[in-house]
Design a protein around this ligand. Structure first.
Ligand SMILES: NC(=O)c1ccc[n+]([C@@H]2O[C@H](COP(=O)([O-])OP(=O)(O)OC[C@H]3O[C@@H](n4cnc5c(N)ncnc54)[C@H](OP(=O)(O)O)[C@@H]3O)[C@@H](O)[C@H]2O)c1
Length: 337
């Protein structure tokens, strides 16, 4: 079986296809033929060496996969051969609060199988049944981006109908936040560097689109569209470069879910956070139980993940380069087998 790994040193030019022994499931494990995988910004950070500069090579990468069970090990009871399954980002975080041990189980950062593999072996506890209303390519978009947006809006917070949500950019997490918040009856404001992407976001239900290239002080339009109050909840994906503006854009007593670092790392001024009683919450994907709750909502609201582009397996390095170009809208999917 073939997999894409990072070999030698960091850089997209070192992402190569290798032949690996076909893994066999042990006790409590099952083998999955991967049909589709999706890329996350994290995969770019990993391959560029910005996520973990000490990563051991060769390193598997890719956290999000969907496929079919092709073999089960002894003691497996949750799935059988032929079932359609989707992997969890943290196979070891089934339920309950986050712990150090649970987050150490994350897929695709070198030590675990990566999603860019034709076959993987995973613990049965680290998989969910794929929603029947979605294709494997759509299911592959869910484990990281969708679950992170879900966790921010409904697990660590409770968005109410009529509340206002601001989400940054038109990448994977942001568009899931848009779709989930709309399903919950919220008013959604979204930013983008490109007007055509804002038009596409409007077709998905975005109530307000703000071009952050032409409107660098986008907190102004957010306040205008919320009666001068600010957004109830900000899905903060930019990190240090956007945080000060997000703090101005959120209402007094509102919530900022700190999720991404698209604009890089740096200092954040704590004063306005405490003076305006803002709740700043870090979000790190989520558990299998959250994933299952999210999938019920996806089925009930018939939410279709937004796939910007699908690449064939052999073009995985090109898919990473496409992500780096920032041209995408929503998720980038790899058709594996
Ligand atoms: N904490 C977690 O559990 C978790 C989970 C998933 C992702 N993340 C993080 O969340 C971020 C987004 O991930 P993703 O996978 O959704 O990325 P993505 O799909 O690659 O989204 C990138 C998009 O974000 C927008 N963007 C880029 N720079 C921006 C900036 N400075 N300000 C505002 N928007 C900007 C651009 O949209 P436009 O072209 O529309 O401008 C770009 O196309 C990344 O930092 C990722 O590492 C964290």
């Amino acid at each position: 079986m073939h997999a894409f790994v990072l070999s030698g040193s960091f850089g997209l030019e070192n992402v190569s296809r290798v032949e690996l022994p076909t893994p066999k499931p042990g006790h409590g494990q099952l083998a999955v033929r991967v049909r589709a995988a999706s890329l996350n910004y994290r995969d770019l950070l990993i391959t560029r060496g910005w996520y973990n500069p000490k990563l051991n090579m060769p390193a598997a990468f890719g956290s999000d996969l969907a496929g079919e069970v092709i073999a089960v090990g002894p003691g497996v009871s949750r799935f059988q051969v032929g079932d359609r399954v989707t992997g969890c980002f943290f196979p070891g975080w089934t339920d309950g609060p986050v712990t150090d041990t649970k987050v150490k189980s994350s897929l695709g950062d070198g030590w675990q199988p990566g999603a860019l593999s034709q076959e993987v072996v995973l613990p049965e506890e680290g998989l969910v049944a794929s929603p029947s209303c979605l294709t494997d390519e759509e299911c592959a978009t869910l484990p990281c981006a969708a679950l992170t947006a879900w966790n921010a809006l409904f697990e660590q917070s409770a968005i109410m109908p009529g509340e206002t949500v601001l989400t940054l950019g038109t990448g994977g997490v942001s568009l899931f936040a848009l779709q989930f918040a709309k399903a919950a009856g919220a008013k959604v404001m979204i930013t983008s560097s490109q007007s055509d992407k804002l038009e596409r976001a409007a077709k998905l239900g975005a109530d307000v689109g703000i071009n952050y290239s032409t409107e660098p002080n986008w907190d102004g339009p957010v306040c205008e569209h919320t009666g001068g109050i600010g957004a109830d909840h900000v899905i903060e994906l930019g990190g240090a470069g956007t945080m000060a503006t997000s703090i101005r854009a959120v209402k007094r007593g509102g919530v900022i879910s700190l999720i991404g670092v698209l604009s890089g790392l740096g200092q954040i001024d704590p004063m306005p956070i405490l003076m305006r009683s803002i709740r700043l919450q870090g979000i790190f994907v989520g558990s299998r139980a959250m994933f299952e709750r999210m999938n019920r909502a996806i089925e009930m609201h018939n939410i279709k993940p937004v796939i910007g582009r699908v690449f064939p397996f052999e073009e995985t390095p090109a898919a990473l380069a496409y992500m780096e170009s920032g041209s995408h809208f929503g998720k980038i999917v790899i058709r594996v087998s």
